[in-house]
Design a protein around this ligand. Structure first.
Ligand SMILES: Nc1ncnc2c1ncn2[C@@H]1O[C@H](COP(=O)(O)OP(=O)(O)OP(=O)(O)O)[C@@H](O)[C@H]1O
Length: 250
């Protein structure tokens, strides 16, 4: 069963269409949405996370077609979502924040304590669990955000720019964590960093102007680079090739 399937998805802000007829699916593993600023990655993730209902098209999450509130309530228990900016009470301890998110996801009380500690351990914040949220550094805050996204038995994990603010060592830890999570869940992450994609993703979608212009493996994207496409690595060149190809009308 695919973690998600979107067919002809449309999303707009007022009269401005930002996602225009986008079709994608994500199976088990790590799927990246790679695209430049303003491409529509966050808007797409927000829509996939059921935060905003699509303006058109079909959405199926964890095998369930999303047609209304009842479907949304059901699937949300199994979806973890890290938005680019997430809200939190500054006086909550790190433990309270993640436990509260477990409660929102309807993790049963008898499991919530253990699930919270486990999520904090997975992101390397167990020793900070008594700190107030307002005391965390940017990178720690990001890790607390990842912890709230993975707490409980999530089957679909949607992460918007999860590596922003992480230092190089934390980035490596994060990649290890993502690989572990992907053995039991579908992980979709957005990034504009080609290195993240090369290191962890089994599949990627290059997105620009609200459209997917390439879908395949990192190796397939890299193979598209031509000698005259700029880029420091084959993958970077392949990415630039995909963006430039999209800009040329067929
Ligand atoms: N709340 C909003 N109201 C109006 N327009 C918006 C809103 N949020 C995003 N947009 C516009 O929608 C388009 C897509 O934005 P989005 O944030 O989804 O892109 P992105 O690929 O995530 O970009 P970035 O990498 O910079 O985060 C942009 O043109 C942006 O200006």
């Amino acid at each position: 069963m695919p973690g998600l399937e979107a067919v002809g998805l449309v999303q707009s802000y007022g009269s401005r269409t930002v996602i225009s007829g986008l079709t994608m699916r994500a199976d088990a593993g790590v799927v990246a949405l790679l695209g430049p600023n303003g491409a529509g990655k966050s808007t797409l993730l927000k829509t996939l996370a059921t935060v905003t209902p699509p303006g058109g098209g079909e959405l199926r999450l964890l095998g369930r077609r999303i047609t209304g509130e009842k479907d949304v309530r059901e699937v949300r228990k199994k979806i973890g979502y890290l938005p680019q900016e997430f809200g939190y009470h500054p006086n909550f301890s790190v433990y309270e924040f993640v436990r509260y998110c477990a409660w929102l996801r309807e993790v049963p009380d008898r499991k919530a304590h253990e699930a919270t500690l486990r999520a904090l351990e997975q992101v390397g914040l167990a020793d900070r669990r008594k700190n107030r949220m307002r005391e965390l550094s940017g990178g720690m805050l990001r890790r607390a955000g990842i912890a709230q996204a993975i707490v409980g038995d999530v089957e679909l994990i949607l992460l918007d720019e999860p590596t922003v603010g992480l230092d190089p060592e934390q980035r490596l830890d994060f990649r290890r964590l993502i690989r572990t999570l992907a053995s039991t869940a579908t992980v979709v992450l957005s990034t504009h960093l080609v290195e993240d994609v090369a290191a962890v993703c089994t599949c990627l979608h290059v997105i620009t102007d609200g459209r997917i212009v390439f879908s395949g493996t990192p190796a397939e994207l890299a193979a598209n680079a031509t000698p005259d496409t700029p880029g420091d690595t084959p993958l970077e060149s392949g990415y630039i090739w995909a963006l430039r190809s999209a800009a040329v009308p067929a």
